[in-house]
Design a protein around this ligand. Structure first.
Ligand code: THU
Length: 145
């Protein structure tokens, strides 16, 4: 976990954290390293990288590991998430990770995609990437903030 960035809207810091995580990815099978950096409700940044396995389905996505880091550090809501893949092209979160992110997202959550570490950034509301989501309310549950 890293301490809060000076500027809560500093996307360069968030992408720098994602790039650092991507350096540590374990992706010998796909050769597609991914880094993800989350900013939580307190402004803290949590990172994750993809970790593959010789038993292919056991591999974990970068976003899943960043979420685990956030939860372990006591964070609960995702304000921003930046994702960087192996190419100088945007890496959109896979469908499963959209669902994982949605569990900890709200109307303010933004997903930031960048075409390489210094390329142009596009930002999305998670609800635009995962409309009509299945969530706690689908189970008639309210998750306390
Ligand atoms: N991957 C992620 O880490 N996040 C995504 O949202 C898309 C895919 C990883 C999984 C696998 O290790 C590699 O990228 C190629 O699919």
């Amino acid at each position: 976990m890293q301490e809060p960035a000076e500027n809560p809207c500093d996307l360069d810091a968030l992408f720098a954290a994602a790039a650092g995580a991507r350096e540590r990815a374990y992706a010998p099978y796909s050769r597609f390293p991914v880094g993800a950096a989350l900013r939580d409700e307190a402004g803290r940044i949590h990172v994750g990288c993809n970790v593959e396995n010789a038993a292919y389905p056991l591999g974990a996505c970068a976003e899943a590991n960043a979420i685990a880091a956030m939860i372990c550090a006591g964070g609960s809501r995702i304000r921003d998430v930046a994702i960087l893949g192996a190419l100088d092209a945007e890496t959109p979160p896979c469908g499963g990770c959209r669902q994982r992110l949605a569990e900890f997202a709200d109307a303010r959550t933004r997903v930031h995609l960048r075409a390489g570490p210094t390329g142009p950034i596009r930002s999305f509301a998670l609800s635009d990437l995962l409309p009509v989501a299945f969530g706690p309310r689908s189970l008639d549950r309210e998750i306390p903030e």
